[in-house]
Design a protein around this ligand. Sequence first.
Ligand code: FES
Ligand code: FES
Length: 163
Amino acid sequence: MSSRVPLRLYVNGDRHDIEVEPRRTLADALREDCGLTGTHLGCEHGVCGACTVLVDGQPVRSCLMFAVQAEDASVRTVEGLAPDDDRMHPVQQAFWENHGLQCGFCTPGFLVLAAGHLETHPDAGEEELREVLSSNLCRCTGYQNILKATMCAARAMRKELDA
Ligand code: FES
Ligand code: FES
């Protein structure tokens, strides 16, 4: 007898009707059932933040959340950041321009974390952004370019709001 349960997820504005084991993580459901492999899995223990996604606008470790807990919520992954196929999200653009990544493994988590925060706190300054970014780990960059890129994205987003 299957212990899978039907689940309706809304990810990046698209509805996904899937069936999952009750203990399946949101990260596994996104990657394996929805085909959205941009969300990376590092530690799978809630430490590294590589799996960060937004659930109803809040950053969550998707390796720690059960998929069924996200039923009917609005989930946003790195694939859903760019406004369309021709433009990057300001945070993606800034990471690109400021060398905010090296191997890129941690990058989806940082992009989602930074975008989610700046969209709701466009006036965030350096100290606040240092605090926000400190929840995720990067083994390559030394963090300076990640911070620089996020501050650059903040300026670009404020400019867009003022335009
Ligand atoms: Fe989720 Fe590391 S993979 S916190
Ligand atoms: Fe390699 Fe961050 S760029 S882990």
